[in-house]
Design a protein around this ligand. Structure first.
Ligand code: BES
Ligand code: ZN
Ligand code: ZN
Length: 459
């Protein structure tokens, strides 16, 4: 989609308009100016969206609706930039315009039509913001495409290919480790999860290292290219959509894809634990005791709590191999309990550093994503006690399941790194089987927008 800035809209084109607050301009169409209300005037080639106030969320959703409505009739249109000097709002507005054109049609015989050109009428200079919005939205769509693709097509070796391609395009370093390495080096928790699959696992390490980096950040992604639950098999209805269990890893790929293009002056290490959780004669079992890379023993009581096993070893890998990082984040579709707690549109934010968690929540407002803290406390860790190993992979109570999963991960942090870490459970918003806000059915690319803003704020 080409985006062009112009002085004045061409009245012959389709035009999108955002109305902020009340107007009587469209009274004769019975348009009430309620938030997100849409008016399509086919004869006069106009689409109007009302919002009650101009903020990042409303701007992104309104822009999304304009593109979506107009693309039914035309392949280009003009739109007036809503009146604001707030760069975040402008960026979200432009991202919304692009995301309105996203459709996942890979497996459809009839392909979607796309918008070729959007003209934005603006009296202020917005070329830099357009560039940022384009890179961000493209990366979100890139992440969505990976998550939406079927598990027969995207397995760990394919995730590694994506990483290599990103590395080549951007001049990053890229290290790929296979199952032999995991076994030999003692990443036994990660290795065991992947054991029953014909698709062998990969630990992927991508490095963006600008010359004068201001900070060093690690971002880990859960990359379960399929989660059948393993021997603790998921019921049929719960297994569907588990192709999306690679959303954390896909977000890491999307983020890495954008860093160089956005000139972000932060050293970023993207680490992906890619595996497939399957059943088979060689499957890991409830009752197995696994030894993670740091020597901790884990009693397996449920093979469907596999993400935390893979991530535990990824945390060990990062802490052993990356020196003196400032922050360490992980993105994971880790628990159904997080969706129960916060609803399917909000990601859970967990960790020991209140300021860092606040930074995530505040930054998410600027990217129109939803993040909310889920608090640790002194009682919940006791639920992870095991009688025969150092820790159990599930809690003894199902209440607070998102938090106990986060606490499990925290057991694999070295004391010096506890305050550098934030765990982001994206199980809800990463994949929703209906359109919402500025997201079409399926994968949303959760995490990409927020993390790019956060990294930008560090540079
Ligand atoms: N991948 C799932 C979590 C999930 C559920 C993601 C729904 C997205 C939507 C995870 O591996 C899992 O199965 N977790 C279990 C943990 C339980 C066994 C303690 C869960 O949430 O039920
Ligand atoms: Zn699972
Ligand atoms: Zn999973």
């Amino acid at each position: 989609m080409e985006i062009k800035v112009i002085d004045k809209l061409n009245p012959k084109n389709w035009i999108g308009e955002v109305v902020v607050g009340k107007t009587n301009k469209y009274d004769k169409y019975n348009f009430k100016c309620e938030n997100e209300e849409l008016l399509v005037l086919i004869e006069s080639r106009k689409v109007v969206v009302a919002i009650d106030k101009l903020d990042c969320d409303n701007a992104k959703i309104a822009a999304y609706k304009i593109t979506k409505a107009i693309k039914k009739y035309a392949d280009s249109f003009g739109v007036k930039l809503p009146k604001t000097k707030n760069k975040d709002i402008i960026q979200n507005f432009i991202e919304g315009l692009i995301l309105g054109d996203y459709e996942f049609d890979k497996y459809k015989s009839t392909k979607a039509n796309h918008i070729k050109k959007v003209e934005i009428a603006s009296s202020i200079k917005i070329s830099d913001i357009i560039h940022k919005a384009q890179i961000t939205a493209q990366s979100i769509c890139f992440t969505r495409d990976i998550v939406n693709s079927m598990p027969d097509e995207i397995y760990p070796a394919v995730m590694a290919q994506y990483a290599k391609k990103i590395a080549k395009e951007n001049g990053y370093e890229c290290k790929i480790y296979d199952e032999k390495y995991l076994k030999k080096e003692g990443y036994n928790a990660f290795y065991s999860v992947a054991k029953a699959s014909v698709h062998t696992p990969r630990l992927i390490h991508l490095i963006h290292k600008p010359k004068k980096a201001k900070k060093r950040v690690v971002i880990i992604g859960k990359g379960l290219t399929y989660d059948s639950g393993g021997l603790s098999l998921k019921p049929a209805d719960f297994m569907v959509t588990m192709k999306s269990d690679k959303a954390g890893a896909s977000a890491v790929l999307g983020i890495m894809n954008a860093l160089k293009k956005l000139n972000i002056d932060v050293e970023v290490h993207g680490i992906i634990g890619a595996a497939e959780n399957m059943i088979g004669a060689d499957a890991y079992k409830p009752d197995d005791i696994l030894v993670a890379k740091n020597g901790k023993t884990i009693e397996v009581r449920n093979t469907d709590a596999e993400g935390r096993l893979v991530l535990a070893d990824c945390l060990c890998y990062a802490q052993e191999n990356i020196k003196d990082f400032d922050y360490i984040f992980d993105f994971a579709t880790l628990t159904g309990a997080c969706v129960v707690a916060l609803g399917e549109y909000t990601s859970g934010v967990m960790g020991f550093n209140e300021e860092l968690k606040d930074l995530v929540v505040k930054t998410s407002h600027k990217s129109a994503e939803l993040y909310a803290p889920l608090p640790f406390n002194r009682y919940l860790p006791k639920l992870l006690k095991s009688s025969i190993a150092d820790i159990c992979n599930i809690a003894s109570s199902r209440y607070g399941g998102a938090i106990t999963a986060g606490l499990f991960l925290s057991e694999f942090l070295q004391p010096a790194n506890k305050d550098k870490w934030v765990h982001l459970d994206i199980a809800g918003p990463a994949f929703v089987e209906k359109e919402w806000g500025y997201n079409s059915h399926g994968a949303s690319g959760a995490g990409v927008g927020m993390m790019l803003r956060l990294l930008e704020s560090l540079s």
